[in-house]
Design a protein around this ligand. Structure first.
Ligand code: ASP
Length: 433
């Protein structure tokens, strides 16, 4: 007599499969985390240190694996300008008066200036205290502090202020000058707020329609997000390997220690001022953090950041629409911190002494430049090159830190984006004040 099969077993298995699938299907952070782990594993298998795959084949494989990620970034890039502009305009019109808007705007600016200043200051303290470049300089026979840093040329402030106004909006749009685009949106939003609504209604309706279409494209792009994370990471590690970091361990650890401190500061701010449980806050924003980490772009995660702020952190849509796109452009304390450590590192490398006066000027310069820089990958290092030139520090060392820049970019972007969400939570009741 044949034993009858237990009827419940296959059903349970299928049940489990279904449960796992629906659990994963509804949790973007879990999909992204899986993509992240698999991306690191595949990248490591293709990396030069492991040496399993021929170099050229590994680079080609990396380029193919990065296709979904590059497509993701291209689609977001396609809708980024209308998305940023309309979100800001809508955020400004969203139920608040000019006075309330000024309150939110000024508080945002205060938060950005204070945290960026703190980030740059901490970067200088760590960079000078730990002196990550001193060891390499000694090994190369560079005697410390042979010359003193130059005074950078005094900026032409009047022209700088006038140039903030985007007199040629087409050029700003064509060049994707994000600061100019944000300023343009702020002007349009402020004017729309006081203009006669009966006359502006058709224009605002058209903006609503365009935003809806842009968000639909973003939703499509989001399906690619886990694959994007997987492929972009696999590609980076396959190309530069894991050991690229080894020679610059002290420098990398100094930057990471500073970024960790900044992250803790944000969590502390959220805990103390917004009365949120720190672990719960981090759990709710984990999807955005992971996507920021793998795309290295605050701008690319704007749509997900807005969604997370509204759905997971109960920030009113009108506030999130204003603070997130604006924050992604002007709020980059992580970048300022990294640049401060890098300037000290490069100065130590070439034996240039930084006087207290030049250190203070560096902090001020970094506050201004990180506010003006767009939130896209690798921006930090480009601006860094300009800053060090201004202080008469040779730029040759930049080639050295370029090898680890992508890795540090991932961490500093995660911190930058956490800052945007922190300020959004902080200001969520600002319009009712
Ligand atoms: N990738 C950074 C961001 O988007 C900017 C940078 O530091 O390069 O926030």
């Amino acid at each position: 007599m044949s034993t009858p099969m237990h009827p419940a077993t296959p059903f349970r298995l299928r049940d489990l499969q279904w449960q796992v699938r629906s659990w994963f299907g509804t949790r973007l952070w879990a999909q992204v985390l899986l993509g992240l782990c698999l991306g690191i594993a595949v990248g490591a298998a293709l990396s030069p240190e492991v040496g399993w795959v021929d170099r050229r084949a590994a680079v080609t494989a990396g380029a193919w694996l990065a296709v979904p990620g590059r497509l993701f970034l291209a689609i977001i890039g396609m809708v980024l300008v209308p998305l940023v502009m309309i979100s800001i305009i809508k955020g400004m019109l969203g139920g608040g008066s000019m006075a309330q808007l000024r309150t939110v705007g000024l508080r945002l600016l205060l938060f950005v200036t204070l945290t960026t200043g703190l980030g740059a200051g901490l970067g200088v303290l760590l960079g000078q205290g730990i002196a990550p470049g001193a060891g390499i300089a000694a090994a190369n026979g560079t005697t410390a502090a042979r010359q003193t840093a130059q005074r950078p040329p005094t900026p032409d402030l009047p022209s700088l202020i006038v140039n903030l106004v985007p007199s040629n909006p087409q050029a700003a749009l064509a060049e994707r000058d994000m600061l100019a685009i944000v300023i343009l949106a702020l002007f349009l939003g402020a004017a729309a707020l006081v203009a006669d609504r009966t006359k502006t209604a058709p224009f605002l309706g058209a903006l609503d329609g365009l935003l809806e279409i842009s968000m639909t494209l973003v939703k499509w792009a989001m399906y690619l997000a886990p694959w994007a994370v997987f492929g972009l990471l696999a590609d980076v590690i396959a190309r530069s390997g894991l050991v690229a970091v080894a020679g610059l361990t002290t420098y990398v650890l100094t930057v990471l220690a500073g970024l960790l401190a900044l992250m803790l500061l944000y969590v502390l701010i959220v805990t103390v001022f917004a009365r949120r449980h720190p672990v719960d806050f981090l759990r709710r924003i984990s999807g955005v953090m992971l996507l920021a980490f793998s795309t290295s772009s605050s701008a690319a995660v704007i749509p997900l950041s807005i969604d997370t702020a509204v759905r997971n952190l109960e920030v009113p849509e009108s506030i999130a629409n204003f603070t997130i796109p604006l924050g992604a452009t002007i709020n980059m304390a992580g970048t300022a911190l990294y640049q401060a450590v890098a300037v000290c590192f490069l100065a130590q490398l070439s034996g240039v002494a930084l006087t207290p006066e030049s250190l203070a000027t560096i902090v001020l310069t970094l506050i201004v430049t990180s506010i003006g820089a767009p939130g896209t990958p690798g921006v930090g290092i480009v601006i860094l090159a300009n800053i060090v030139t201004g202080f008469g520090i040779p730029t040759t060392g930049i080639a050295l830190i370029l090898g680890v820049d992508r890795l540090l970019d991932m961490f500093r972007t995660t911190v930058n984006v956490t800052g945007d969400l922190t300020v959004s939570v902080l200001l969520r009741n600002a319009r009712r004040d």
